[in-house]
Design a protein around this ligand. Structure first.
Ligand code: PMP
Length: 391
């Protein structure tokens, strides 16, 4: 057995200082229990559409098993460029401004490593996806939280951002539609952030992985705002809208200098994204948008159901405009989000994620993913309602 002190000295101080994700503890607990209904996982309940799978299988049959170009198949980058222009009105040169990554996760990682020096600060708008702050830290940076709240539908304002800016602030991390709140920001609300970003010469990470999944208004890409394209690292991926989480495929778009820096890290650490997955993705973009729409309509139906049901059982919940999460308030129970989630799991066997794991503004809420069957949703509502009656 290696002693704890010796073990610690084997690990970098940087890694030791990073806290394990709060989500994991919950899933460890839930995985040991039976008959659980899970509203916990952040992934589609659809299997990847057949055309996409078939194209990937066919690439293997044809023997396309070698590395692709470091930046990804040029054919795929061209298709991505056309897709982004058509769907979100942003234009990127496939040869110098698009990089195919191993999930949006890799894009965030290499983006941080490309721009941060030791001690540089990144403003992270929270509640947020749990990876942002650790990835900033692993790149040597310092994450600075700016919280949002249900009173403002979890949207961020220019004044909240401005208050957090110091002379070390290098970038800001935005994610709309948001995980975990499902919140979206429209053109005007995003436009309001532009002057503070320009005044302080900030870079912007815009994680738009849920861009296709908006239910009330069309998504506005941050990079489509006047003068913002040159400052934006635009992150996208296939995991959510195309139901391809296990394929590990995303993409990032940025001006050539930023993209070249990310490509440098990517080519040394990963060489390229998996070639067979890239062939699947190519087909997903060419012929899979009807499927995306079909899945979206199904999420929308479930969103409407869960929001209405939370209101009926007396839980305050803002209407999430996108993604597949609802983020109701459990404040009236007097419990912390972790206590509530644990009680719900142990007494009613419904797994949700406590809002506290998503950072500032998350406490007092639980994240419920509605990417599960209507039957599961109906049963969960019944069980949550029963638990609430015990208070
Ligand atoms: N960004 C957000 C906001 C997410 O919710 C997720 C997945 N939960 C990711 C990025 C990572 O996606 P990928 O599977 O493409 O790495």
């Amino acid at each position: 057995m290696i002693s704890q002190t010796k073990q610690n000295s084997r690990l970098s101080k940087r890694v030791q200082s990073i806290k394990p994700s709060g989500i994991r503890r919950f899933f460890d607990l839930a995985s040991k229990m039976e008959n659980i209904i899970s509203l916990g996982v952040g992934e589609p309940d659809f299997i990847t559409p057949w055309n996409t799978r078939e194209a990937s299988i066919s690439s293997l049959e044809r023997g396309f098993t070698a590395y692709s170009a470091n930046a990804g198949l040029l054919e795929l980058r061209r298709e991505i460029s056309l897709y982004m222009d058509k769907r979100f009105a942003v234009q990127y040169d496939p040869e110098t401004e698009v990089l195919v990554t191993v999930g949006a996760s890799e894009a965030i990682d290499i983006g941080m490593r490309a721009i941060l020096d030791e001690g540089d600060e990144v403003i992270v708008v929270e509640p947020s996806f749990v990876s942002y702050a650790p990835l900033v830290e692993m790149a040597g940076g310092v994450p600075v939280s700016v919280g949002t709240s249900i009173e403002n539908d979890f949207k961020v304002s220019a004044s909240a951002i401005e208050k957090a800016i110091t002379n070390r602030t290098k970038a800001i991390m935005l994610c709309f539609p948001n995980n975990p709140t499902g919140s979206t920001m429209n053109h005007k609300e995003l436009q309001d952030l532009v002057s503070v970003i320009e005044r302080h010469d900030l870079l912007v990470f815009s994680d738009e992985i849920y861009a296709e999944l908006t239910y009330d208004e069309k998504h506005v890409s941050f990079a489509s705002l006047p003068k913002m394209r040159d400052r934006t690292i635009l992150i996208q991926g296939f995991s959510k809208a195309f139901a391809m989480t296990g394929w590990r495929l995303g993409f990032v778009m940025a001006p050539p200098d930023l993209l070249a820096a990310m490509l440098k890290i990517h080519q040394y650490s990963l060489m390229c994204a998996p070639t067979m997955a890239q062939y699947g993705a190519l087909e997903a973009l060419r012929s899979g948008l009807d499927e995306v729409e079909r899945m979206k309509q199904s999420y929308k139906q479930r969103r409407n159901y869960i929001v209405k049901s939370f209101a009926e059982i007396g839980l305050t919940c803002h209407t999430p405009g996108g993604a597949f999460y609802a983020f109701p308030s459990i404040e009236r129970t007097g419990l912390s989000s972790e206590q509530f989630a644990e009680k719900l799991l142990l007494e009613e066997r419904v797994a949700v994620v406590p809002g506290s794991v998503f950072g500032q503004g998350g406490e007092g809420h639980i994240r419920c993913s509605y990417a599960t069957s209507m039957d599961n949703l109906e049963q969960s509502i019944e069980r949550i309602s029963r638990l609430l009656k015990s208070f």
